[in-house]
Design a binder for this molecule. Sequence first.
Ligand code: F0G
Length: 351
Amino acid sequence: THQWRGIIEEYRDRLPVSDSTPVVTLREGGTPLVPAQVLSERTGCEVHLKVEGANPTGSFKDRGMTMAISKAKEEGAQAVICASTGNTSASAAAYAVRAGMVSAVLVPQGKIALGKMGQALVHGAKILQVDGNFDDCLTLARGLSENYPVALVNSVNPVRIEGQKTAAFEIVDMLGDAPDIHVLPVGNAGNITAYWKGYTEYAGDKVATKTPRMWGFQASGSAPIVRGEVVKDPSTIATAIRIGNPASWKFALAARDESGGLIDEVTDREILRAYRLLASQEGVFVEPASAASVAGLLKAAEQGKVDPGQRIVCTVTGNGLKDPDWAVAGAPQPVTVPVDAAAAAERLGLA
Ligand code: F0G
């Protein structure tokens, strides 16, 4: 009779909420931590996947959004706005419905996955496609929130980071301590910032005995942190992380340096290889951006950077159903058969 209550109720004492905060929740968080058999074999480590695609709107954004929308409601906001590569907007749209608020979302034209667009539409968001990239959308969203009566719910809003840090809490609560390495895809760099905050908080309060090394991976065509300069025209098939000027850039560098970690890049080819491996060998269907963490781990292992015997968690950030084009592309067409057991058995190689 007891179900997970959502991250605000589960971690209330570690979040900036009070008794007068209206909790707007879809019972996000409490996501599976799945042992990854094939990745463990390949690396000689104990690898786990934190499957954030199991959140209510299919991505980790729900952890931050329950906080952002609850706080916006507490402050009397009637409308919220965000810039997004698709997942933040899907989440904002859903939580705004729960709160009885209007949501407005700014997305880069032609560069968000169909499933995510469908989510924003079906939840009744006001959608503007911007003639520009995510970074342009964020500039516009910030400007609108400064000059009009609308609350910004991007991860530049610090309560988003507070909500997202709960994923690190869940991992420590589940494993009994922090892992040795935590691997994440990096786009706007809010999530790596949030995990690092969660891990350092738990270590500071002696809930964990250590903090992990933070390993972040950007897509090669959108790797400003790796290059050390803004990428004006970012490109990658992993549209969720197609970002050239991350808002939390300096926090990502702090997470890397304070943890003794790294931020590196993976090519689209490496991302797609990891995407297919996760689906076909681990049974976990993620969207391409999510596979950047696993692609990065495999790359590091091939470079000899992964000592065996370590405990490693890879966050896979979003559900594969959001962007199924990549699952279908390049796969063989299913064959059609008559309603005939012999014919079907033959096609299945059973006969
Ligand atoms: N993975 C997925 C599936 C994402 O949607 C995002 C970011 C990231 C990774 C990167 O996380 O930005 O905190 O470094 N998506 C944002 C959005 C930008 O608008 O949905 P980050």
